[in-house]
Design a binder for this molecule. Structure first.
Ligand SMILES: [Mg+2]
Length: 183
């Protein structure tokens, strides 16, 4: 079993470690395998949208990501989109096209969206993972509700200016977590 995953029940993360992802995926979501999730007893996968499954504010999904989502569905995982996007229509359309439900107004890193998603899917945090590209929303929020967090390298460089700024802090923290052996 992946070392990071085996530590998933180590309880609440203290201090800055609440920002530390359980695992960082350099090549994006497709790096996470069905086997790895199954071995860890995962039942549900919460998914960020922008720069995790699609480019920022885009609606086209790569064949690779579509196939990966299909594999997860065929393996029986419960999926839910947990996105902070302001564009509800695009989120709805993608949700329909992918046949994956979504929560409204997730407001990550607030707990609300994550809790709603888990309630909707009928799963416990210990059997749920969150996959997203941002430390201060996806990882922080996921860690706060006690789910294992995967941080993926953002799909595209193009993004909101505020996000570009937080990327600098993310890089510094990722280096720091790696040096400490947290990641
Ligand atoms: Mg994102």
């Amino acid at each position: 079993m992946d070392n990071a995953m085996s530590n998933r029940h180590n309880g609440r993360r203290r201090g800055l470690r609440v920002l530390c992802p359980g695992r960082y995926c350099h090549t994006g979501v497709t790096e996470i395998t069905v086997e790895e999730l199954k071995e860890s007893g995962v039942e549900a996968v919460l998914l960020d949208l922008d720069n995790t499954l699609v480019g920022w504010q885009r609606s086209d999904i790569s064949r690779e990501v579509l196939e990966w989502l299909d594999q997860l569905k065929r393996a029986g995982f419960k999926l839910c989109l947990v996105s902070n996007t302001r564009f509800g229509r695009r989120l709805r359309a993608l949700s329909e096209r992918l046949e994956i439900p979504y929560v409204r107004r997730a407001w990550k890193p607030r707990k609300k969206g994550f809790l709603e998603a888990m309630q909707e899917l009928g799963v416990e945090p210990s059997k749920t993972v969150m996959i997203g590209d941002q430390m201060f929303t996806d990882v922080l929020g996921g860690n706060r509700v006690g789910v294992f967090t995967y941080m993926v390298k953002p799909m595209a460089k193009r993004e909101f200016l505020g996000t570009k700024i937080s990327r600098v802090a993310e890089s510094v923290l990722l280096i720091w977590f790696r040096r400490r052996g947290d990641l």
